[in-house]
Write a protein that binds this ligand. Structure first.
Ligand SMILES: [Zn+2]
Ligand SMILES: [Zn+2]
Ligand SMILES: [Zn+2]
Length: 85
């Protein structure tokens, strides 16, 4: 049973994921302050295809204008290197 289904994101809701991979690097996504005029989320990361979400790398609309190569979405930054060399 899937409890995390989001109609807007068509699957797991992307508002749970603070980081997005762009051109192979992780960036923190832009967050809605107050209620988002497009996707309707409040003080959280936007749903998929929101025209108010801007690319943290190039500054263009992430889902429409941006030409960065979008990879996966992540809960945490993955550069937690524990090796001491
Ligand atoms: Zn969503
Ligand atoms: Zn939004
Ligand atoms: Zn971009």
């Amino acid at each position: 049973m899937k409890s995390e289904e989001c109609r807007i994101c068509q699957g797991v809701c992307l508002s749970h994921y603070p980081y997005v991979e762009l051109d192979g690097k992780l960036y923190e996504r832009s967050k809605s302050t107050g209620k988002c005029g497009d996707c309707g989320i409040t003080n959280a990361y936007h749903h998929a295809s929101c025209d108010q979400e801007y690319c943290p790398k190039c500054g263009l609309q992430l889902w429409f204008m941006c030409e960065c190569k979008m990879g996966s979405f992540y809960l945490k930054e993955k550069h937690e290197k524990k090796s001491k060399d």
